[in-house]
Design a protein around this ligand. Structure first.
Ligand code: TEU
Length: 567
């Protein structure tokens, strides 16, 4: 009987290294700082960590612009520090995933310099180069994800190159077999240093439509540079070249993909990716104008998206579950209520993303309900994506205040403030007297690990304590790790989200029902009859609120019921 892959029983903890813990006193997080805090991950009960890129980089996009794939940027430490981190994590039973950025490199990478400066040299087609259009303009109408054209002119080469992100991030040409060999060689270099797998940055963008055709007006980039024609085959080839056993985890970040394509990427028979980080639920509040055009959403909208994701990835595929990361506003601010119900809603969001079918990824700070930062002016943004967005919105005629308000709510900067460890001067992120690279959220005296751990150990309500309980619930009840999942239809107007976890091979017998009031108002408890289920055990196996009456759910209340046999 084939052993279950380790990641299907795991909970992964996502670290943004520059904001996790600064051990050297330079104001920036580093690898020894992560080692200092591994006991926090062990206490939570997570089984793996994914850390953002720590390779040599000019840091234009905070490390997602790599100039040397085989060395650690001195900002974060050394190769020896990396080896030590891996060894210490393994000693604690925590696997280590690195963040491989293989769609593009920094324009400071030697490959790019050679490709730019020597059009007939061996690196000439390591990147995507094209002549100007007949009118002298960009070769086509593609736009970058950072609000600028997807092409940049190189005077040295006399051609344009593709940059789907910042100008300083040039897209590698995976059509070139030598590029593909180099990509696998990079991965094997880190596998030889005992890492356990990779999160693969925007890996579904590596295949561009031949000839770089423009996208028809109002068209979608899918097939042009999202989920392009060769991507699946190249990823399958990449995986076939990896050393190590099938234990090596590949988590693809697949921006703009769809649930059916996610299924194809992760189906066992595809032998491509094991899981994908998809975006349907984190685009839920995008209006017609995209990220900076906020649109409110209802609980039923989120339940519908989650249901679609679960259905698409049932069977041999495997979902990846997350409520936020370094590219998203803070989950409690986006999905919850970071005002009157900050603790309760943070727990409700956690229950949704920790108890569905799939592998949860917890982003640093979610376990203590870290919230969006109270930015007051656009010059406080550090992220190239935010800065470019302000420029684009202003160029489109938005008033300065409107442009700022629209970016502030959704800025990636919100999730990049230093981790809040305690109530000392810089929340314990760096040494007293040292200015952190980015400001600490002023709410740190109340919202920090130390305070929440004290509350948890006193048996008082704390987000951190509930995260630990939910992780234990997954661990202790097999059905949460191996069971099938059915998200129940409670109707468009229901503020509740409910789903059933059950053994795929039989109904009931340890099946669980999770019911969450995903709102800030008291709501009717959906009746078991309405849920189409038989009687439930009267006492929940987990509840955030004492069951006073069976008719209502308190704001953001979570209850998990064992279901009677047969359901
Ligand atoms: O992100 C992909 C990406 O496009 C998001 O950053 C973007 O913000 C999107 O609109 C999310 O809704 C990956 C990395 O996670 C990100 O940090 C990098 O900036 C990007 O790729 C380029 O490497």
């Amino acid at each position: 009987m084939k052993e279950r892959p380790w990641w299907q029983d795991a909970v992964i903890y996502h670290i943004y290294p520059r904001s996790f813990r600064d051990s050297t006193g330079d104001g920036v997080g580093d690898l020894p700082g992560i080692v200092e805090k591994l006991d926090h991950l062990a206490w939570l009960g997570v089984n793996a960590l994914w850390m953002g890129p720590v390779f040599r980089s000019p840091q234009v996009d905070n490390g997602y612009d790599i100039s040397d794939y085989r060395d650690i940027d001195p900002l974060f430490g050394s190769l020896a520090d990396l080896d030590h981190l891996v060894a210490e994590a393994h000693r604690l039973g925590i696997r280590v995933l690195l963040d491989l950025v293989l769609n593009h490199s920094s324009t400071e990478h030697p490959w790019f310099r050679a490709s730019r400066d020597n059009p007939r040299g061996e690196y000439s087609d390591f990147y995507h180069w094209a002549d100007p259009a007949p009118n002298g303009g960009f070769p086509n109408n593609w736009r970058s994800f950072f609000s600028i054209p997807a092409w940049t002119w190189s005077a040295e080469r006399g051609q344009y190159y593709i940059n789907l992100f910042a100008v300083e991030q040039a897209d590698l040409n995976w059509t070139n077999p030598r590029v593909r060999h180099e990509m696998a060689a990079i991965a094997n270099y880190w596998l030889d240093r005992d890492v356990d797998g990779f999160r693969m940055d925007v890996i579904n963008l590596i295949s561009k439509a031949p000839g770089y055709p423009s996208i028809p007006p109002g068209g979608n980039p899918r097939g042009y540079y999202i989920d392009g024609p060769e991507a699946l085959g190249w990823i399958r080839e990449f995986r076939s070249r990896l050393r190590g056993t099938d234990d090596v985890l590949l988590v693809g970040e697949t921006i703009g993909t769809t649930p059916p394509t996610s299924r194809r990427w992760t189906a066992a028979e595809s032998r491509a990716l094991h899981m994908v980080i998809s975006f349907e639920h984190v685009n839920i509040d995008y209006g017609p104008g995209g990220r900076w055009d906020y649109r409110p959403f209802r609980s039923a909208d989120l339940a519908g998206i989650v249901a679609t994701q679960q259905q698409a990835l049932a069977g041999s595929s495997w979902p990846c579950l997350y409520s936020g990361n370094h590219d998203q506003p803070r989950a409690v601010s986006r999905f919850g209520n970071d005002g009157a119900f900050r603790r309760e809603s943070a727990v409700a969001v956690a229950a949704l993303f920790l108890l569905l079918r799939g592998t949860p990824i917890i982003y640093q700070g979610e376990e203590i309900a870290m919230a969006n930062y109270p930015f007051t002016a656009p010059d406080q943004f550090e992220d190239v994506k935010s800065i470019n967005a302000i420029g684009e919105l202003t160029a489109e005629g938005a008033e300065a205040g409107d442009a700022f308000a629209r970016v502030k709510a959704q800025a990636r900067d919100n999730a990049r403030t230093p981790m809040q460890w305690d109530a000392t001067e810089t929340a314990g992120f760096t040494s007293d007297g040292v200015a952190p690279w980015f400001p600490v959220n002023p709410d740190y005296p109340e919202w920090n690990v130390e305070r929440q751990r004290e509350l948890a150990e006193q048996g008082e309500p704390s987000v951190l304590g509930v995260y630990r309980q939910l992780i234990a619930l997954r661990r202790d009840h097999t059905v949460f790790r191996t069971g099938a999942c059915e998200v129940l239809d409670l109707g468009e107007d229901s503020p509740a989200i409910a789903f059933r976890r059950y053994a795929a091979d039989a109904r009931g017998g340890g099946a669980m029902l999770v019911v969450i009031n995903f709102s800030s108002v008291i709501s009717p408890l959906p009746s078991p009859a309405k849920l189409g289920l038989g009687s439930l055990d009267k006492q929940p196996v987990f509840a955030t609120h004492p069951k006073t009456d069976s008719g209502t759910l308190q704001p953001w209340e979570v209850s998990v019921f064992r279901m009677a046999a047969g359901y």
